[in-house]
Structure formats: structure tokens, C-alpha cells
Write a protein that binds this ligand. Structure first.
Ligand SMILES: *Cc1c(COP(=O)(O)O)cnc(C)c1O
Length: 494
């Protein structure tokens, strides 16, 4: 850790490199005479607007771009809610085995027994970890798993006579929860958390009725807090004929410690790319398996991996109540290989130990930083700690969460998750994960303390951060609303 200024290169787009006539390779004249081999009407009339660069310029360009990148393999990555932990290389090795990496998704089941066996075994492992009756590996990510789970809920309620119209969602929820509810055709009813940051059974009872399909609960929730009242909440929802959806993105805090199904959860997605080792970020790759209790098994998407009598495996689609296909082929297979490798490498005890260490590390950071940073929900947290910028923004220097996140980059650390969850104003959500050692946590803590001191004594340096990155404070709203995705002369000025 620690940023070293210098050699931080401002890299233009490749179209701005090179000069006319520069070339990356020399091909000997083939000696062809007469008519060109390509028919005249297919030939360009003007040369393509390609950059003209030497090979070394191409190599430098992309190497420099890669060095502007920051990932879990570069340094500490405390992005909360995302579980950016170290991913053991053994998982990459197994996923790259030729039989796994090169198998075509349309290979007939009879010739894909190894791949199907792997999927079946992963399903068994996840069933054991979650306490459910069946698991589908099809969904491509967490949000897609939520959508799958809600469709399963809707199908089950429809089969019981009424799909209902509403879904309850706590105010701490991830934005994908209301989004998937809306996509499934449900209206979202927000449930307020209590002053401790968790669900209050009375609040749930006040809004739960016979027209509500169920509730979506994240446990631990996005404040990093354990939903202590989940048993009562589940009972209230079940009593009125609703179902309990568990957002399992935070499983890293609890795997191997307790089974979500035992808390009254009926259906739940996992984010294999967060909890079970797959480098992710920038949108993929992901995998969001969904587990369900016995009464929902028939509604799972197809195809399903089935072990037939002689011990062989088949992909079957003959489930009349199924919600159907959720995607092409059989899921994000490479991620499945990594997940099973990770589970096998750690074993049941190892998984529980990883959860314990994730919680311990988050609490270490929480305790060390709570004097300088406001902790809106004090007390023991689970795998992540949520602070706010209250102490800084309310003091003379008026330093905000965004300022401090930018300043972290000057110190060579990836910012934490900022301004989420929404119920904490100026939230700074820190998830160290179990894989960081104490020395690395201490370095991070020291940097955060230094930023707090700067915010008090030299706020200008924090307001104007980052100072040591090639891109400093882009207009994020314009970048998102008016993305410039193609190059043409003049873009750079624009
Ligand atoms: C990450 C996350 C999701 C969404 O998962 P994706 O794989 O990014 O689609 C949902 N809920 C919570 C709590 C999350 O942290």
C-alpha cells in the first residue's frame, strides 16, 4: 500500500498516438499480379480511420491503461456490499482445466457427465450451506437471482390462487430489491428500520396484509447489522400467507455459522462472485444461484440437473410448473467451477472461519475508527461497518464523504462504498473482508485517521483530492448520461 507519485502517465486514446505511415508489422509482398483477390466493389474507397502505430506503441498504450486500473490484486479494496476479497488462484486453475473451459454448452448430456456432476455437487453443497431443498445455478448474477426468486414466488402464489400485488422492502435494502420487485409486477412498500438499524416486527405487522406477496430481507442487512427480529418478521409474513425472500449477497458474514432456511427464509439468491471466489467488478462475471424450500421446488427455472437411477446426470426441462428459462444454456459455468473449488478447498470449518474473520476484521476497523468518524448505528457489526461524514461535514472544513473517498486514492487505497445505504446521510461503508491481515488493516486505519486530521486541519487538500491520479474529478452525472463511446477528432476537447 501507499501511493508513490511519479511515472503516473496521462495516456491519450490510441487514435491520438502514432503518425501517418507508422506500422506494427511488415508482411512480405506475396508477388500476386493482376486482379486483386478481393472484388473491387468490396474494397474501401478511402483508408479506414485506424490509428497508425508501431507495435511497441500498442504494447505501451495498453500496458499503461492496465496500470491505471486498481483491483483486489493491486491493493486494499474496502468496497462495502461487494465483498471484494482475494480470490485464490487454485480456483482459476480448475476453471481453466481444458475439460471445463472448452466444453461447449450444447454438448449432449451423455458427453458432459463431468460438467453436470460438478453442477450437481455444487447444488448439494449450496443446499447444505443454506438449508434449502433445491438450488438452481442458472441466474447470471445477484440481481438476476432476485428476479428468478421473485418469479418463483409469484408463480407459487399464483398457483395458490392469487399472485398478490405488493412486496415489502426495508429502507436499508440494496436498489436491486425494489427494481426486481417492479420487474416482477409488484408495487414496493417501504418498511422503516428502527433506531438500531434493523427491522421492527411491529412495522412489518402494520403493513403486511393478504395482498402482499412477501418481504425481501437482507441478513446481515446493508448496514452490516444482523436482523435480530427475523424470526418474528418471518412469522408475521407467513401468517398472512406471504413468502420471505432472502437477499443472500451478504452470506460472507454467516456462511457455515447458520442456515438461512432455519430463520424462516423461503427463497434466497447467493452471489457466488462475492462469497465464493470469482474476481468481479465492472459488471462481471457473476452467478446468482437461488435456493428454495420444499414447497417452491416445482417452480424453479429449467433446465434442472437431475441424477437418474444409474448415477448418471441429465438436464431436464419437463417440470410443468416451472417459471421456464431465465437465460441461455446452463448458467455461468466458469464461476460455478470456481465456487465448488473454493467450497472444497475450505471445507465446512474453513467457510465458517472465513465468516468469523470477515466479522472480526470489520469490527476491528469499526472500533479503531469510531472515535474519528461518526458511527450512526453503534455496536457490534457483522462483515461491514457503516460510518458517516457527520463529524467532518458539520465542522468548519465541511469535508464530505466524496472528498474523503477521493483522498483515499492519493494514499493508494480504493475508496469504500459511498452514499450507500441511503438511510445514512454521507454513508461510508467499509468491508475489509476476511482475507486482509492485521498489518494491512492497520495501514488503512492509519490512512483514514490521517484523512480525518487533514479534514480538520487542512481541509483544502481533501476538497481538491485526488492529486495523484490521472483522472481527478470527472463529472459523473454527465459521464453516465452522455457517455462518449466512439472516438472522433474533437472528442478530447469536448
Ligand atoms: C451486490 C448486491 C446485490 C446485487 O448483486 P449483483 O450480482 O451485483 O447483481 C443485491 N443485494 C445486495 C445486498 C448486494 O450487495
Amino acid at each position: 500500500m501507499g501511493a508513490r507519485p511519479g511515472l503516473e502517465l496521462d495516456e491519450p486514446v490510441i487514435f491520438e498516438r502514432g503518425a501517418a505511415g507508422r506500422n506494427g508489422m511488415c508482411i512480405p509482398d506475396a508477388g500476386l499480379k493482376g486482379e486483386p483477390a478481393i472484388p473491387a466493389h468490396l474494397l474501401r474507397t478511402e483508408p479506414a480511420a485506424l490509428p497508425e502505430v508501431a507495435e511497441y506503441e500498442v504494447v505501451r498504450h495498453f500496458t499503461r491503461l492496465s496500470r491505471m486500473n486498481y483491483g483486489v490484486d493491486t491493493g486494499f479494496y474496502p468496497l462495502g456490499s461487494c465483498t471484494m476479497k482475494h480470490n485464490p488462484r487454485i480456483c482459476e486453475d480448475t476453471a481453466a482445466l481444458e475439460g471445463f473451459a472448452c466444453i461447449h454448452p450444447m454438448t449432449p448430456s451423455s458427453m458432459a457427465q463431468g460438467a453436470l456432476a460438478l453442477m450437481w455437487e455444487l447444488e448439494q453443497s449450496l443446499k447444505e450451506i443454506l438449508g434449502f431443498s433445491a438450488v438452481t445455478l442458472l441466474p447470471a448474477a445477484g440481481a438476476h437471482g432476485e428476479l428468478t426468486g421473485l418469479k418463483v414466488m409469484r408463480a407459487a402464489l399464483t398457483a395458490r390462487g392469487n399472485p398478490r400485488t405488493k412486496v415489502l422492502i426495508p429502507d436499508t435494502a440494496h436498489g436491486t430489491n425494489p427494481a426486481t420487485s417492479a420487474l416482477t409486477g409488484y408495487t414496493v412498500v417501504k418498511v422503516k428500520s428502527n433506531e438500531s438499524g434493523i427491522l421492527d416486527p411491529a412495522e412489518v405487522a402494520a403493513v403486511m396484509d393478504g395482498d402482499t406477496a412477501g418481504i425481501m430481507i437482507t441478513n446481515p442487512n446493508t448496514l452490516g447489522l444482523f436482523e435480530r427480529n427475523i424470526h418474528q418478521v418471518a412469522a408475521i409474513v407467513h401468517e398472512k400467507g406471504g413468502l420471505v425472500y432472502g437477499d443472500g449477497a451478504n452470506l460472507n458474514a454467516i456462511m457455515g455459522k447458520y442456515r438461512p432456511a432455519c430463520l424462516g427464509i423461503d427463497v434466497m439468491q447467493l452471489n457466488l462472485h462475492k462469497t465464493f471466489s470469482t474476481p468481479h467488478g465492472g459488471g462481471g462475471p457473476g452467478s446468482g444461484p437461488v435456493g428454495v424450500v420444499e414447497s417452491l421446488v416445482d417452480f424453479l427455472p429449467v433446465p434442472r440437473v437431475v441424477r437418474v437411477e444409474d448415477g448418471r446426470f441429465e438436464l431436464r426441462e419437463d417440470f410443468p410448473l416451472s417459471i421456464g428459462r431465465m437465460r441461455s444454456f446452463q448458467g455461468q459455468f466458469g464461476v460455478l467451477v470456481k465456487a465448488l473449488t473454493y467450497i472444497r478447498a475450505l471445507g465446512a470449518d474453513g467457510l465458517a472461519r472465513a465468516a468469523e474473520m470477515a466479522v472480526l476484521n470489520a469490527n476491528y476497523v469499526r472500533v479503531k475508527l469510531q472515535d474519528k468518524f461518526n458511527l450512526p448505528y453503534p455496536g457490534v457489526c457483522m462483515h461491514e461497518a457503516v460510518f458517516s461524514d457527520r463529524n467532518q461535514i458539520k465542522s468548519e472544513g465541511k469535508v464530505s464523504t466524496m472528498d474523503m473517498a477521493k483522498r483515499l486514492m492519493d494514499h493508494g487505497i480504493h475508496p469504500m462504498t459511498v452514499y450507500f445505504p441511503l438511510i445514512v446521510s454521507g454513508a461510508m461503508m467499509i468491508e475489509p473482508t476476511e482475507t486482509e491481515n492485521m498489518a494491512d488493516l492497520d495501514e488503512f486505519i492509519a490512512v483514514m485517521e490521517r484523512i480525518a486530521d487533514e479534514a480538520a486541519n487542512n481541509p483544502e487538500i481533501v476538497h481538491s483530492a485526488p492529486h495523484l491520479t490521472s483522472v481527478r474529478r470527472p463529472d459523473e452525472v454527465s459521464a453516465a448520461r452522455n457517455p462518449v463511446l466512439t472516438w472522433h477528432a474533437g472528442n478530447r476537447q469536448a
